[in-house]
Design a protein. Structure first.
Length: 87
């Protein structure tokens, strides 16, 4: 992460490390620094993920990260609606 005095803010809380890693990858592909934070013994105890797995970014990147996440959610919803309507 860029120099931001170690401060981070959560932009997503999801149910698995895998989902969090996918979100981090999407954010990084859009030139934002992001990390996964979970109290799951470094992935060795997935049962501990029930508390949620957080995606963290620098405070300066929060607005852009939230915009990207909202766009991704809207695209997923549109795809689901198209699938329901069929060909």
């Amino acid at each position: 992460m860029p120099d931001h005095d170690g401060a981070t803010v959560p932009v997503a809380v999801v149910s698995s490390r895998t989902e969090a890693e996918l979100i981090v990858g999407m954010l990084r592909n859009n030139d934002l620094a992001a990390v996964v934070s979970a109290d799951d013994a470094g992935g060795q105890e997935p049962a501990l993920q029930v508390q949620g797995v957080r995606v963290l970014v620098a405070p300066a990147d929060e607005a852009e990260a939230r915009r990207l996440l909202a766009n991704a959610d809207a695209e997923a919803d549109a795809d689901a609606d198209a699938d329901l309507q069929g060909p």
